[in-house]
Design a protein around this ligand. Structure first.
Ligand code: EPU
Length: 419
């Protein structure tokens, strides 16, 4: 277990290089078991969620080699075994083994996955899609047994453009007989990145990044080299931090299009930004204007940046509102922000109001999930005095080298291991 300690109130300046996307990498790594040859994935973030997936691959019998940001996965000799619940519940993305192992072995047994407690997080759309492809799904408490004599292409319409269901169904359908059409598919950059990976292995997927994805089943997938797309949530988190207390902060290795909705909001708030092909340079303005945020599926404002944004809204003049439309339980960070001096109120499960600007003071606070943790890191860096963030392990799940990256731009921040 870890805690993060921050001495805040210092202006930050310098460069931050963005890592590969967590939500892409956590799908690519399980997807590697679709192939019985070695695949190489580069720009993989060194975060604890990847370590957990590495552990599961190794348990299945894959040979995993990691060096810096490259992971090589040889699943030629894997066995189709039930991954122990204590491993699979470490993260949400363990459910990608469902689609991938179902495709490879026509049978998979898997416990309900874990992940941050930000809502109910059902997997009914994944299961509905597996059934449409011809699989039988049995549920026994927490355990799912999914079997198919043969997977056949199907038309699948998602009630909601779920990222997880879209990716899992691409994995399950990639070698199914015939053509699968996923309509109302998620359009997030990591969905596109996974489709590109599968195509690099010989799949025939088109339309990823639009709301209709077509998958023409192929018989065999082969070895490939693939690169993880830059993390737009990490990019956005540092953009938000820079907008609060940055002087000439340059965030590099990014795809600006992926953070367009955030750029537009920061522009409304009066943040001066210089946007290049693969970088963005930000200076915090003297005064931030209020704004209203509504989370939406991509390319709308991402739910994963809503909590980091709350820290910035405490510094904006006037009343800002947040409307969270994706998750039911994503405002716990506001309780912690209020301990630090913010004036944030949760009106309903989906609506919150923040009135600013308020002076934040360092306090003992607790991360309740990954992005709530990112919110508190930003708040701690803005605040005067010492902030201690308990449950910092949540933050390490998704932000590679966060301590080093922030120290390099002048932050006083350290990670402490506790019993
Ligand atoms: N939903 C259903 N049934 C399903 C699947 C989803 O009702 O079968 C609902 C969910 O309850 C939620 C909405 O659909 O209300 C969106 O869920 P989605 O499936 O899109 O989310 P996810 O795949 O579980 C991923 C990211 C999340 C991110 C969301 C939304 C991963 C591992 N996680 O979750 O990331 O918030 O998409 O963009 O990719 C994070 O990084 O902090 C994080 C939580």
């Amino acid at each position: 277990m870890h805690r993060i300690i921050i001495e805040g109130g210092r202006q930050l300046s310098g460069k931050i290089k963005i890592s590969g996307s967590k939500n892409s990498a956590v799908a690519l790594v399980p997807a590697a078991v679709l192939c019985d040859e070695e695949v190489t994935i580069a720009n993989v973030p060194n975060i604890s969620d990847i370590n957990a997936l590495d552990e599961m691959l190794t348990f299945l019998g894959a040979k995993v080699k990691r060096s810096e940001d490259v992971i090589r996965i040889d699943s030629s000799k894997i066995e189709n075994k039930l991954i122990p619940e204590n491993m699979s519940k470490k993260l949400r993305a363990s459910y990608y083994f469902m689609g991938a192992l179902l495709s490879r072995f026509k049978k998979v047994e898997m416990y309900f996955p874990g992940g941050c407690s930000i809502g109910a997080r059902p997997i009914n759309l994944h299961l509905k899609g597996f059934r449409a492809l011809g699989a039988k799904v049995e549920e026994n408490d927490n355990l799912f047994i999914i079997t198919a004599d043969n997977l056949r292409g199907a038309k699948i319409n998602l009630d909601f453009a779920s990222v997880g269901a879209t990716i899992n169904l691409m994995l399950a359908a990639v070698k199914a007989e015939g053509t699968t059409i996923i309509s109302n598919a998620a359009k997030e950059p990591h969905v596109v990145n996974v489709a590109t990976f599968l195509n690099n292995m010989g799949a025939k997927i088109s339309g990823a990044g639009t709301s209709e994805i077509k998958i023409v089943g192929v018989k065999h997938l082969h070895s490939c080299f693939h690169e993880v797309v830059p993390d737009y949530v990490e990019t956005g988190t540092y953009m938000i931090l820079a907008s609060a207390i940055g002087k000439d902060i340059t965030i590099t290795n990014i795809i600006p299009d992926h953070v367009e909705s955030l750029i537009s909001k920061l522009d409304d708030m009066g943040v001066p930004m210089q946007i290049g092909v693969d970088f963005i340079k930000i200076n915090a303005p003297l005064k931030l204007k209020q704004t209203n945020i509504k989370t939406q599926v991509y390319p709308g404002f991402p739910t994963d940046l809503q909590q980091p944004m709350a820290a910035l809204l405490t510094q904006a003049t006037g009343k800002s509102t947040i409307n969270e439309t994706i998750w039911e339980n994503r405002f716990l960070n506001l309780i912690e922000l209020n301990k630090m001096g913010a004036t944030a109120e949760t009106v309903t499960n989906s609506k919150a109001v923040i009135v600013g600007p308020t002076k934040l003071k360092g306090k003992n606070v607790k991360a309740t999930d990954l992005r709530a943790g990112a919110c508190l890191v930003i708040a701690g860096l803005i605040a005067d005095g010492k902030t201690t963030i308990e449950n910092a392990d949540y933050i390490l799940r998704g932000y590679e080298n966060i301590i080093e990256k922030l120290t390099n731009i002048g932050a006083k921040i350290k990670l402490e291991e506790i019993e």
